[in-house]
Design a binder for this molecule. Structure first.
Ligand SMILES: [Ca+2]
Ligand SMILES: [Ca+2]
Ligand SMILES: [Ca+2]
Ligand SMILES: [Ca+2]
Length: 231
């Protein structure tokens, strides 16, 4: 039987630990402003390339490459666009960098396993989407979609066959103490891997409440079973 947990069992501890490391290293702010030409004037490129963060400025974009595990190979890539800001006191051109995308190689095999997409103005970027390759085979197995920084939808390939089979939907609500909480409200599953959803699960207060099935194959649920909330 498939677990009701929102995360696939194959997301190993190793993945989580490595992801945490990489994320911690990648969590630099993007608020600082970059003065054009500053990098070459103030900090000439070192002969020995041992800075864990290498920054490349193309004039319209910046790519930061971060070596998290100190093996001289970058594991986190942060992609920024450059937008013009007001000139500084001396009239020099000033540009702001805006985080667009972050790519993370969690297991240090030089293949990207997590891609995060951002939108918003410089210093106010919020995550819009994340893609995970949970089993490191080069295929995306989990997509997380955000609205205004809040998780709205998760798509999963729990069968790891290259096709999404689980869709989870979240909604901001209030918990028993009246505090805002983002809860799973519906989970749809393709249990027989034919590409069509066949089970709809409805959640109330985070608990499975009702299960719908499609008996006539029209793609919508028509038979429903109540689930006893008591354990
Ligand atoms: Ca590395
Ligand atoms: Ca990798
Ligand atoms: Ca995969
Ligand atoms: Ca199906």
């Amino acid at each position: 039987m498939t677990s009701l947990r929102p995360h696939p069992a194959r997301r190993s501890g190793q993945f989580a630990v490595a992801a945490g490391l990489a994320l911690a290293a990648a969590c630099g702010g993007s608020k600082e402003q970059t003065k054009v030409g500053q990098a070459t004037e103030d900090s000439p490129r070192a002969a020995v390339n041992n800075d864990p963060i290498q920054s490349e400025n193309t004039g319209s974009a910046i790519i930061e490459r971060i070596d998290v595990n100190n093996d001289q190979k970058p594991d986190v890539f942060k992609h920024y666009s450059l937008v013009d800001d007001a000139p500084d006191a001396k009239g020099n051109k000033v540009q702001k960098k805006v985080l667009i995308r972050k790519e993370i190689d969690v297991n240090f095999d030089q293949k990207i396993d997590i891609v995060e997409y951002y939108k918003g103005a410089s210093g106010k970027e919020i995550k819009e989407r994340e893609e995970f390759d949970l089993d490191f085979d080069g295929r995306v197995d989990e997509i997380r979609k955000y609205e205004d920084g809040t998780l709205k939808e998760v798509n999963l390939d729990l069968g790891f066959d290259g096709r999404m089979d689980t869709w989870m939907f979240y909604q901001m609500t209030q918990n028993e103490e009246g505090k805002p909480v983002n809860r799973l409200i519906e989970r749809r599953r393709d249990t027989n891997a034919d590409g069509a959803i066949d089970v709809w699960e409805y959640y109330v207060k985070g608990q499975l409440h009702k299960i719908g099935t499609d008996s006539n194959g029209d793609g919508t649920p028509d038979q429903f079973t109540r689930v006893d909330a008591k354990k």
